[in-house]
Design a protein around this ligand. Structure first.
Ligand code: HAH
Length: 333
């Protein structure tokens, strides 16, 4: 075949010697983006469908239909599934938090045993606890209903339950602002303490909701070094690169300016070059979506402001950012 017309080798194949390339999927994109998924990704994460509010909206009322479809999609293609997420303060129904310590612990046990148990041997890793660390101030832990209801050892309890339900799954602590010097010290402290107590936490997930201008390459490297020093596995679990700098309202543009897409490509090149340096400790890099027509950043942190944070455009065509990431590695032959 004429080299110029050959389809670019799939991203996951190019990165096979480095780490998995993952994408968040939802009930719609699993179908609408199936072609890109199959070609470029070898790990999927449910964007919302395995969160407590989706998978157990009422006590012992489990909704496995969509998660099962995702699991079947992955199994049919021989790709991995990351489980996201078991214990979090958001997208969790209020009934979970009513009552005292014993009731919360019992609900956590039933939930984790049912969900992790169902996908035992098929979901290769779980975000067991998401976002438990406080952003600012002196406290290590966020003032969440889990902390208020169960006390600090809700975290250890969750990891022990998940390990019991699937002893082969790699268990992650996952968080955002993970490269901030103050917060990364707290995350490092928390996971270090847990491991010294013998709690089965095997990995740290860096969400990677990043921007063109931040975090710096220096902070990314310093964070990877600090976390890796604990002897845990690392994954970048929710990567996207917003083209917006802050909370300013939408400029009204229907398409991103070409120079913005070039800056984004350079940024993706920089980020993936760092990830490749750390391939001995990084097992997977997951994008928080597939193409720019379906991204949570259209409604975060500002509602209704279009963003273009991913590797494929709204028409599912590869962006300059895709080329930048693909260029970093030669296709496997
Ligand atoms: C992540 N939180 C969550 O882990 C993921 O489940 C969700 O779909 C999107 C982003 C990031 C976050 C947030 O939700 C609120 C404030 C800060 C950061």
């Amino acid at each position: 075949m004429d080299e110029a017309h050959a389809a670019p080798a799939g991203l996951w194949k190019r990165y096979a010697g480095h780490f998995r390339i993952g994408a968040a999927v939802n009930r719609r994109t699993l179908d609408s983006h199936a072609r890109l998924l199959a070609e470029h990704f070898n790990s999927i994460t449910a964007e919302n469908e395995m969160k407590w509010g989706s998978i157990e909206p009422n006590p012992d009322d489990f909704r496995f239909e969509v998660p099962d479809r995702m699991a079947a999609f992955a199994t049919a293609r021989g790709i991995g599934i990351r489980g996201h997420t078991l214990v979090w303060h958001n997208q969790t129904p209020a009934w979970v938090f009513s009552g005292g310590r014993m009731e919360l612990a019992e609900r956590m046990r039933r939930h984790i045993q049912a969900v992790v148990g169902r996908y035992r041997g098929r979901i290769y890793c779980w975000d067991v606890v998401n976002e438990a660390v406080a952003d600012a101030g002196g406290d290590r832990l966020r003032a969440s209903p889990w902390l208020e209801g169960m006390g600090e050892d809700y975290i250890a309890h969750a990891f022990q339950l998940a390990h019991g339900a699937d002893p082969d799954a790699t268990l992650f602590y996952n968080d955002y602002n993970e490269t901030d010097p103050g917060k990364r010290a707290k995350i490092h402290g928390l996971v270090g303490d847990l491991r010294r107590e013998g709690v089965p936490v095997h990995g740290i997930g860096l969400q990677g909701h990043w921007r063109l201008d931040a975090p710096s390459a220096r902070d990314i490297r310093a964070s990877l070094d600090l976390y890796a020093s604990l002897g845990v596995r690392l994954q970048v679990t929710e990567l996207d690169v917003s083209v917006h700098a802050g909370r300013e309202p939408a400029a009204g543009a229907a398409e991103p300016a070409p120079e913005l897409l070039e800056r984004q490509a350079e940024r993706y090149a920089e980020i993936f070059a760092i990830f490749r340096e750390y391939r001995a400790v990084i097992d997977a890099v997951t994008l928080w979506g597939i193409a720019d027509d379906a991204t949570w950043l259209d409604n975060f942190p500002v509602r209704g402001r279009k963003d273009w944070p991913l590797l494929f455009d709204t028409h599912h065509r590869p962006k300059p950012a895709f080329a930048a990431v693909a260029r970093g590695v030669e296709p496997a032959r």
